[in-house]
Design a binder for this molecule. Structure first.
Ligand code: HEM
Length: 187
């Protein structure tokens, strides 16, 4: 997982719980030190998933509550770090349509071709009438995070919208499929 995800998580942990929470989360995730995650470097997925689980445990949050907090921190920080991606997208729908390409752009800084492909293969998006249909397939099964980011992105754009789940890896489907609808008029 590209370190941007873990970096924003650990910043959130420190902001909400201070140095003690940061030490507790990293220890619980099995890490000897607090890593200095780089936003352009790939790290093991299982380490990232352990950090997410440890954060839930230390703060006593269920998955949905953590993802809600995380999505808020993520949208604020990603907008600060990558304002261009937001500027290029006048509406939430434009952003959502561009999201797989945003990920590919971030992955293109990785040196290892296998890592670049791994990121590229996770998301696909297509138009289906007025809807956007997203396919998300990843062993990390972070579909809850997708939903939280979708909600927070709509809020960022001051728009309303709806996500319905057609298939889900957590229910045993091979991939997750989300049907997205936003209030923005279709071009
Ligand atoms: C400027 C905005 C964004 C940036 C810079 C960004 C960047 C990233 C990066 C670098 C990763 C790690 C990729 C990997 O190592 O595989 C990631 C993961 C992810 N992103 Fe984004 N992202 C953005 C917006 C969004 C939005 C709006 C959504 C959903 C609506 C989203 C959903 C996800 C999900 C679900 C993952 C986890 C993928 C997995 O490992 O299974 N992202 N993002």
């Amino acid at each position: 997982m590209i370190g941007l995800i873990q970096k924003i998580l650990l910043e959130l942990v420190e902001r909400e719980g201070g140095a003690k929470a940061l030490a507790d989360v990293t220890r619980r995730a099995g890490l000897a030190d607090v890593p200095d995650f780089r936003i352009d470097t790939d790290y093991p997925d299982d380490e990232c998933l352990r950090l997410i689980e440890a954060t839930q445990a230390v703060f006593g949050l269920d998955e949905e509550a953590l993802y809600r907090l995380y999505a808020d921190a993520f949208i604020v920080e990603s907008r600060r770090l990558f304002p261009m991606f937001y500027r290029m997208s006048p509406t939430a729908r434009d952003f959502l349509e561009r999201q797989p390409r945003v990920h590919d752009t971030l992955a293109s800084s990785l040196r290892n071709e296998a890592s670049r492909e791994r990121v590229r293969d996770k998301f696909a998006i297509r138009r289906e009438g007025e809807d956007l249909v997203v396919t998300y397939g990843s062993p990390n099964r972070l579909c809850g995070l997708y939903e939280a980011l979708f909600d927070r992105l709509l809020q960022e754009y001051g728009e309303a919208g709806e996500l319905s789940v057609r298939t889900c890896q957590k229910r045993g489907d091979p991939v997750c499929t989300f049907c997205l609808r936003t209030e923005t008029a279709i071009d």
